[in-house]
Design a binder for this molecule. Structure first.
Ligand code: PMP
Length: 333
């Protein structure tokens, strides 16, 4: 079993640092993935958890989120298929979130121009990060929301001579990269001793991909999606505004295969924020808001008496710092 105790004896120093990577990376692109699975001993004790809870820390990716996997994969795969050419094709994607930042680093490192369309309400730190990596921004009216940004991206693709849209909500390469990387990492790092995976549903790519690989390998495994309680469409409610960025797009995307899910747990913005703050305070792991939503759901499972001794992996898509201007930080200073 790949437990935390096993880090001993792998060339680890007395400070219990991770082992050296033993290689030089050819570019930043090669550093995507291979994120650590980390136990939460203090939350486990405080909540008297019955199950073993592990966090998959996707903020260890180079640009700080789970989206680095698809930012790289969608571009590289289209290039391998000959659909796009560096220095020629312009990439266009509507996104106000982590996907834009992840596409921007991959586009820069591979030599593509990128135009990101987003509502003008998108946070200033995101806009600045995109500009830093030379992405071009097309801001659309805040009142039109993401629909306005999608429309503008479609107009651009139609009007430019050689433009291509990665289309994170439709591209099968999205769940596929998680099936090939995220799932395999979870399997290898736990030695197959994993019973539940909990993840927030945005495009649904992460959980769909993970469930496809691990569910086929171990049919008893359960895969729980998490959506905002304020926009719980998969649970049968109406879409609505909510503050859990990255999940709950308000529709069921093509990249989400609900047939592989065990169920969907609605989590309120309030509970998501509380879990995220608690994780920072008690474990020293400052996680994002959607990570807090998944953690809240995972803790509910991990407290169950009937799940004693099982292993639950909760996906942590991003780091708290990406939400500096949100209410995650309200009332702290
Ligand atoms: N949380 C955050 C912060 C995200 O950026 C995303 C990706 N939109 C998710 C959760 C959900 O991941 P997925 O799109 O693979 O469902």
């Amino acid at each position: 079993m790949g437990t935390e105790a096993e880090t001993d004896g792998r060339g680890v120093d007395p400070l219990r640092c991770a082992a050296p990577r033993g290689r030089v990376f050819g570019s930043i692109l090669e550093t995507v993935g291979g994120t650590p699975l980390v136990a939460v001993p203090r939350l486990t004790a405080a909540d008297d958890l019955r199950a073993r809870l592990l966090l998959k820390l996707e903020f260890f990716n180079p640009l700080g989120s789970v989206k680095d996997r698809i930012g790289l994969a969608l571009i590289q795969e289209a290039q391998a298929r000959g659909e796009i050419v560096p220095g020629k094709t312009i990439l266009v994607e509507p996104t106000s979130g982590n996907t834009g930042i992840s596409l921007a680093f991959a586009a820069a490192a591979l030599g593509y121009r990128l135009i990101v369309t987003m509502p003008e309400s998108a946070s200033i730190e995101r806009r600045k990060m995109l500009r830093l990596m030379d992405a071009q921004l097309e801001l659309t009216p805040a009142a039109r929301g993401m629909a306005g940004a999608i429309l503008r991206a479609e107009e651009l693709v139609a009007s430019l001579p050689d433009a291509w849209m990665p289309s994170q909500f439709d591209n099968p390469g999205n769940p596929d990269i998680h099936a090939r990387t995220t799932a395999e990492e979870i399997w290898t790092d736990t030695g197959g001793e994993v019973d539940f995976v909990v993840a927030g549903l945005g495009t649904g790519g992460t959980l769909t991909g993970v469930a496809r690989t691990l569910g086929a390998r171990k049919p008893s495994m359960q895969f729980w999606g998490v959506e905002p309680a304020e926009s719980a469409i998969l649970t049968g409610d109406d879409p609505g505004p909510h503050g859990i960025q990255g999940i709950g797009p308000g529709f069921c995307p093509n990249t989400l295969d609900t047939s592989v899910l065990t169920g969907v747990i609605p989590v309120s913005e309030r509970d998501a924020m509380a879990a995220a703050r608690r994780c920072a305070r008690i474990e020293g792991i400052p996680i994002g808001i959607s990570s807090g939503a998944a953690l809240h759901a995972a803790l509910t499972l991990a407290r169950r008496e009937d799940l004693a001794g099982r292993t639950i992996v909760s996906i942590v898509p991003s780091f708290a710092e990406r939400y500096l201007s949100t209410s995650l930080f309200n009332g702290l200073i």
